[in-house]
Ligand binder design. Structure first.
Ligand SMILES: [Zn+2]
Length: 68
């Protein structure tokens, strides 16, 4: 069986970010509320796109909290 997993990748793009009270549990820097777009691509062609909100550290990229 041939595996095509390597043809699928996922891109995460931060559309908007706004500083919020609180700090990152990993690096201790400020956290932000962000609008994220997750794009799943097959052979570099996007076929699935999802946008979601999360509290994220913009310095180290850790997701501190996500909203479904
Ligand atoms: Zn951090």
């Amino acid at each position: 069986m041939v595996c095509f997993c390597f043809l699928v990748d996922q891109r995460r793009k931060v559309r908007r970010s706004k500083p919020v009270a609180g700090s990152c549990s990993r690096c201790g820097r400020g956290a932000s509320v962000v609008d994220i777009i997750t794009q799943t691509r097959f052979c570099y062609v996007p076929f699935y796109c999802k946008s979601w909100k999360a509290i994220m550290c913009t310095f180290c990229g850790a997701i501190l909290k996500s909203y479904a």
